[in-house]
Design a protein around this ligand. Structure first.
Ligand code: TRH
Length: 374
């Protein structure tokens, strides 16, 4: 009989929490042979990532995962070998009572948000508390070797290389994207950002032609304001050297392909940020804003790791672009810097991707953590 794991996910806002939980659930099923129930409180946020899903169903199977609606009124259920509480979402009280009372023993893992900060390694894997029926521990994803690593499917990089060699043109044609010869193909996924206008202006008046793909999202208002019209999905809008093309919000697997197809990706939050790193292309991260500027420290911690090994001018260019995008600097100048160092930054992105991929992936690390606990 398959070992049974539960994952609980509360959708706070945006798609990051469910994006990570859904990706992890699929991988535990496909690569580790587990029976996984994914409990989601808001299935409306799930369907854009998985268009085959029906948000009205209390229970459904998607990609081998049993997807359950986490309804406010909890109904008793059997206890798993492992329960993952994604991003401190607080398990239902009835479930916790059942964990206490059960005859067996469950490993309860609090899966935390991703951070490149050095303190993460000291907290990863620490026990929290326990009872007769369970042991609770912290599990931290991360970039450093002393953390739980990053989500990465077993054949992801091979798939990406195959796509970039042979399938890219057909994929872009399917999306109705036809960049001009020699244009830099970029994608943009971001929160609202007052720096957008200056960035678009720099692309429009730059020497390098750019084709910018913008999936539907929170940046649309600022995009419409700069264009001076409400853009239609699928249609390219030309302004000088820039073509901007709004796209639909694509399924999660297609979003990977979009990142792989582009030369440069602007991403946000947690999951798209990691996926852009697996794309092996230079990226710009719009970090999720937090109180008291906590995100500034997180951004600098990532940049410290990511930029190491680059020559000073390229390091300044990419670091400067990140600071300008996240903290209101001059996006026009920052973009020019990026374009000037593009070749070096592209080689660096592949190198970074390969060095991360040399470490165990997060799903494998979770399974190993459970084995060691037993
Ligand atoms: O949606 P986000 O801003 O999520 C955020 C972060 O996770 C943040 O850490 C968290 O605290 C906050 O939510 C509550 O960005 P993220 O993490 O990149 O998640 C977006 C998901 O959407 C990711 O799985 C990729 C997916 N996606 C698609 O499937 N199709 C698309 O077209 C696009 C643009 C994204």
């Amino acid at each position: 009989m398959k070992q049974h794991w539960d994952i609980f996910c509360k959708v706070v806002d945006n798609y990051g929490d469910i994006g990570v939980a859904w990706r992890l659930a699929r991988q535990l099923v496909a690569e580790h042979g587990l029976a996984v129930r994914l409990w989601v409180d808001n299935l409306q946020a799930f369907t854009p990532l998985c268009p085959e899903a029906d948000p009205r169903l209390a229970r459904q199977w998607q990609a081998g995962v049993q997807v359950r609606h986490w309804a406010p009124k909890w109904v008793a259920t059997d206890m798993p070998a492992v329960v993952i509480e994604a991003f401190g979402c607080k398990l239902p009280p009835g479930y916790v009572t059942a964990l206490h009372a059960q005859a067996g023993r469950t490993l309860w893992l609090n899966l935390e948000y991703l951070s490149a900060e050095a303190w993460v390694g000291g907290c990863h894997g620490l026990p929290s508390h326990g009872g007769p029926g369970y042991q609770k521990s912290f599990f931290f994803p991360g970039f450093r070797p002393d953390t739980g690593g990053l989500l990465r499917e077993r054949d992801l990089l091979a798939q990406r290389r195959g796509f970039q060699a042979a399938e890219r043109a057909a994929f872009l044609a399917r999306l109705g994207v036809a960049p001009a010869e020699g244009a830099l193909l970029c994608s943009l996924f971001a929160y609202e950002n007052p720096g957008l206008a200056a960035w678009l202006q720099a692309m429009a008046s730059g020497a390098c032609p750019v084709h910018l793909l913008v999936p539907q999202g929170r940046i649309q208002g600022e995009l419409a304001a700069w264009l001076g019209e409400v853009p239609q999905v699928g249609q390219p809008y030309r302004r000088g050297a820039l073509a901007v093309q709004p796209l639909p919000f694509v399924a999660q697997s297609d979003y990977d392909r979009l990142l792989w197809a582009c030369d440069f990706n602007a991403v946000r939050g947690e999951d798209s940020f990691v996926r852009a790193q697996w794309a092996g292309r230079p990226l710009l991260w719009h970090i999720y804003p937090q109180e008291e500027d906590a995100h500034r420290i997180k951004l600098e911690a990532f940049l410290e790791l990511y930029l190491a090994g680059l020559d000073a001018p390229a390091r300044q260019a990419l670091g400067g672009l990140h600071r300008a995008w996240n903290f209101g600097g001059n996006m026009g100048l920052a973009w020019q810097g990026l374009v000037a160092h593009r070749a070096e930054l592209t080689a660096h992105a592949e190198h970074w991707c390969a060095s991360l991929a040399a470490r165990p992936d997060l799903a494998t690390a979770l399974v190993q953590f459970y084995r060691n606990w037993l």
